[in-house]
Design a protein around this ligand. Structure first.
Ligand SMILES: *[C@@H]1O[C@H](CO)[C@@H](O)[C@H](O)[C@H]1NC(C)=O
Ligand SMILES: *[C@@H]1O[C@H](CO)[C@@H](O)[C@H](O)[C@H]1NC(C)=O
Ligand SMILES: *[C@@H]1O[C@H](CO)[C@@H](O)[C@H](O)[C@H]1NC(C)=O
Ligand SMILES: *[C@@H]1O[C@H](CO)[C@@H](O)[C@H](O)[C@H]1NC(C)=O
Ligand SMILES: *[C@@H]1O[C@H](CO)[C@@H](O)[C@H](O)[C@H]1NC(C)=O
Ligand SMILES: *[C@@H]1O[C@H](CO)[C@@H](O)[C@H](O)[C@H]1NC(C)=O
Length: 708
């Protein structure tokens, strides 16, 4: 509430702020307007204070900042708050969107409504890290005229406003990048109401002073990608191709994006680092540009590296800011200071010895040619132009060399390795399990890759995070790791040769029996398990309902296809969707099922029924239960109306499968009773019971869903 009030006050004291802005800009006039669409241009307009763009004009720029903060606690939380407040105090008055799912984001945003909102519609890894491709996807979905992607730790000073106004006048598709300045100390605080900077010695400091101190004391000799990206929402893409699913903050994604943007040439990439003060206070290890992935977990860093190498052009030509040739700089004489864009390559060309004559000729007749007219401004037209900040070739050369040569990724420096997670089944289960020790488990091989991802996305949509995946082959394992899915593989499974392990073979039966064996393993570790095949589409979270029967029960879907017949008739237990408790009796019953399956020459499904209900159903009780006599564990067959298999309810034959099932109160719908993987896949996609976009490798968001 307090912060909210402060911001309101800040926004209300517009007049005071404007005065401050004017005084601040007395020496740095805003070149406004759209008079030029060329990159090489010099702006020395006859402007006076009176010609400053009025407040309303500045405000009209719809600009939205996107950032993916860490949870708001501790020192990092404080830093993020300072950074976000510095953005909110820009004259541009941006909207700020926090991307992420941690509850502290909502709590923080609530104090700053309506300027700060939360977008939780992004893909995160099971460790809670946002995924970069999904972040960019959310930013691209923005309707704002200008969007900014910024590291949550970086303080931004108000020189950003002039820069963005200038760049906005470039009538083209542009992408502005800024590298941060690191300072070991940043002894300033924002005073809420006025947005003034308060030094820790208790004195207010002019923004220009803050900028000066930062630029003097700070260093920007770091490599790697930008800490801030801004672009106009024109029709052009940022780059060709598709961003691989990088883990945000684990390195390589920023260099990758910069490289692709430069190589694709869809937009003019502009380096604004000289005129935009972006500060990394204290020893912030920043997420967005940490090329070495210093913040990331080792396996995420390795994963990002593999993805960076495998997709796009980074493999051949990794870029950093020294590759960005168009720069935004200050220019013009003292009282007419403005911002100019210049193309370093152009100027370097003009500086070559054989062009010296041209330059001299130019000094004599500045109007000789349009291009050279522009050029001449850089070198000073006449001796009367003393005030002009003339750039001579020496200065240009030094500007070009200012970037230290960064260590680059090369084919040699990177041994392309595999994607991996360092967790055993037990470690992973402990990590993802809900507080009441429930695990949702699925088992899949690579031929069901997209269906698995759709299943994962539907769990994410339902805000369910206590799931894990058991990979039957290495391809699926790698894919799942790259998508932030909690996944394990067993060395045993991996020995299985793929070619001779297809449906119906002995090998296949052994592999599918991994399902019950993995469930048993988890039960023995003390976890309750909801097993779900990937072809079970989830409409609602069924866990509470399935747990309501209590320990000593095995609650399963029936595979009965005949609506009028009992759910528990022989071999009608579907082992593709069930809940098992970890009490002693249930574990004992499960041991029997697994033993039965191991000696059977069939798939594991009949072993469930034959163990729990007896051969020919001798242990049946009523028409929806069986009691296994040795353990007294009760098998409970779920209601077919709310847990339909692929044959019950005729849902799959309906025009609107979703509606048909939802009207009947479906918790889940099994896409079985269809032969062939292809047909299964087709009908589920056709029915729209699909939450994954294979092209972008992202979960389909709610918003897109509503539109379609
Ligand atoms: C970036 O610059 C380096 C060194 O000049 C060069 O080797 C590399 O190809 C450039 N990358 C791009 C994408 O332009
Ligand atoms: C910069 O100048 C060089 C040389 O004239 C040109 O090839 C390049 O396309 C220019 N870059 C941009 C972004 O205009
Ligand atoms: C999602 O689940 C978490 C805990 O698992 C909870 O804190 C959060 O509020 C939930 N979010 C929504 C939108 O339901
Ligand atoms: C369902 O079972 C009833 C009797 O139990 C039988 O008459 C009917 O033909 C069966 N329907 C199908 C589709 O098998
Ligand atoms: C499985 O074994 C049974 C005997 O235990 C036999 O009758 C049946 O033909 C076998 N099926 C297959 C597919 O091998
Ligand atoms: C199973 O239940 C029956 C009857 O309630 C009881 O006699 C028997 O001891 C129970 N067996 C076990 C293993 O609990």
């Amino acid at each position: 509430m307090e912060v909210n009030a402060q911001v309101m006050q800040a926004l209300l004291s517009t007049a005071a702020l404007l005065l401050l802005v004017i005084s601040m800009r007395a020496t740095q006039l805003l070149p406004a307007g759209r008079e030029s669409d060329k990159i090489v241009e010099v702006e020395l307009p006859e402007r006076s204070l009176a010609m400053l763009p009025p407040e309303s004009e500045t405000k009209r720029i719809a600009i939205t900042f996107y950032t993916a903060p860490a949870p708001f606690d501790g020192a990092e939380g404080m830093r993020q708050k300072l950074a976000i407040h510095s953005w909110l105090h820009l004259d541009l008055r941006p909207d700020v969107v926090l991307m992420g799912r941690h509850p502290s984001l909502k709590t923080f945003a609530e104090t700053l409504q309506p300027y700060v909102t939360v977008d939780s519609d992004i893909d995160i890894t099971f460790m809670g890290n946002p995924m970069f491709h999904s972040m960019i996807g959310r930013v691209q979905a923005s309707s704002s005229e200008i969007v900014v992607l910024i590291d949550p730790n970086l303080v931004l000073l108000n020189d950003f406003t002039a820069a963005i106004t200038k760049v906005r006048a470039v009538d083209s598709n542009w992408l502005l990048v800024v590298k941060p300045i690191h300072t070991t100390i940043f002894p300033f605080e924002l005073q809420g109401s006025s947005g003034s900077w308060l030094h820790s010695d208790g004195l207010y400091v002019e923004p220009d002073e803050v900028r000066k101190i930062v630029r003097q004391k700070g260093s920007s000799g770091d490599c790697y990608g930008p800490g801030l990206w801004a672009w106009n929402k024109a029709d052009a893409q940022l780059h060709a191709g598709v961003i691989p699913p990088f883990v945000y903050g684990s390195g390589h994604h920023s260099e990758w994006l910069l490289t692709e943007a430069l190589v694709s040439k869809y937009r003019t990439v502009i380096d604004g680092s000289d005129v935009i003060t972006l500060v990394a206070p204290q020893h912030v290890a920043s997420r967005i540009y940490n090329g070495d992935g210093a913040l990331g977990r080792p396996w995420d860093v390795a994963g990002n590296r593999v993805l960076a190498m495998q997709y796009g052009s980074l493999y051949y030509r990794p870029a950093d800011l020294s590759n960005v040739t168009v720069k935004l700089i200050k220019c013009g004489e003292k009282l007419r200071r403005g911002l100019c864009l210049y193309n370093r390559t152009d100027l370097l060309e003009a500086c070559k010895p054989h062009n010296r004559k041209l330059r001299l000729a130019q000094k004599v007749d500045p109007q000789a040619s349009r291009d050279w007219f522009k050029f001449s401004q850089w070198f000073g037209r006449s001796s009367s132009d003393r005030g002009v900040q003339a750039l001579d070739c020496k200065t240009i050369a030094s500007l070009t060399n200012e970037y230290v040569r960064c260590p680059r990724l090369t084919k040699k420096s990177i041994k392309v390795s595999e994607l991996w997670l360092p967790f055993s089944l037990e470690a992973l289960a402990s990590r993802v399990a809900s507080p009441d020790k429930v695990i949702i488990l699925s088992v899949a091989g690579d031929s069901y890759r997209t269906m698995l991802m759709s299943w994962v996305c539907s769990l994410r949509r339902l805000n369910i995070s206590n799931y894990l995946v058991y990979a039957l082959d290495d391809e699926l394992y790698q894919h799942a790791v790259s998508q932030g899915v909690p996944v394990v593989k067993s060395s045993q499974t991996m020995r299985v040769s793929r070619d001779d392990c297809h449906f119906g073979t002995k090998c296949f039966q052994e592999v599918t029996k991994m399902k019950s064996r993995t469930v048993l393993h988890l039960l023995q570790l003390g976890f309750k398990v909801l097993f779900s095949d990937v072809d079970v589409y989830w409409f609602q979270n069924p866990i509470q309902e399935m747990m309501a029967y209590g320990p000593g029960t095995l609650v399963a879907q029936t595979d009965q296809y005949n609506e009028t017949e009992a759910a528990n008739l022989p071999r009608r237990l579907n082992s593709g969707f069930y809940f098992a408790w970890s009490d002693r009796a249930t574990v004992a019953a499960f041991v029997k099922i697994v033993k039965h399956a191991m000696t059977s020459n069939m798939s594991e499904q009949p072993s469930f029924y034959d163990t729990m209900c007896g051969l020919d159903g001798v242990y049946r009780v009523g028409d929806d239960k069986c009691v296994e006599p040795d353990t007294n564990v009760t098998a409970i067959f779920l209601d077919r109306r709310t847990y339909p298999n692929g044959a019950s309810g005729n849902h799959w034959e309906q025009r609107d499968v979703r509606k048909s099932c939802e009207q009947q109160g479906c918790r889940v719908l099994h896409n079985n009773w269809v032969s062939g993987r292809e047909r299964k896949l087709k009908r589920q996609i056709a029915a729209g019971l699909w939450d994954y976009d294979e092209t972008t490798r992202m979960c389909v968001t709610h918003r897109k869903k509503v539109q379609s």
